[in-house]
Design a protein around this ligand. Structure first.
Ligand SMILES: [Zn+2]
Length: 139
């Protein structure tokens, strides 16, 4: 189901609770909503009003993926950049890492399975943006 984007800073500033396998419908809503946004690259659950650590993003091939409880483990090559956000008007200056390892969970047949992924460049950047959202950071 496509949901409306939330711009309420009080809600967006709240750190998200860990997501569970019960959040399957939320993950689908995230995918539906992300697909409905022209040029949308990524979306965190709190941006559609649910403070759970679930995110959706599109990779370089424009394929949408969902991550439950994403975290960054090992990060290399920091750089300064400026980012825009779907739920904020202004851009923000941030430090990102060009290469990083991410841990997360994937929902497979109703069970959360731990996964690990090494990303670079654009994908690494948007995942860092998403993890900031999960931590209640306004970017
Ligand atoms: Zn954002």
């Amino acid at each position: 189901m496509i949901r409306e984007l939330v711009t309420d800073e009080e809600l967006l500033a709240k750190p998200c609770e860990p997501a569970t396998a019960e959040d399957a419908e939320l993950a689908q809503d995230l995918l539906d909503t992300l697909e409905s946004i022209e040029d949308g690259a990524c979306l965190a659950a709190n941006q559609i009003g649910v403070t759970k650590a679930v995110i959706a993003y599109k990779n370089e091939k424009d394929r949408a993926h969902v991550m439950f409880n994403p975290a960054m483990k090992r990060a290399l090559r920091p750089y300064r950049t400026e980012e825009g956000c779907l739920t904020r008007e202004d851009t923000t200056k941030v430090t990102r890492f060009d290469q990083a390892t991410f841990t997360y969970q994937e929902l497979v047949d109703g069970v959360l399975i731990p996964r690990k992924k090494e990303c670079r460049g654009w994908t690494a950047q948007i995942l860092q943006h998403m993890i900031d959202h999960c931590n209640g950071k306004l970017i």
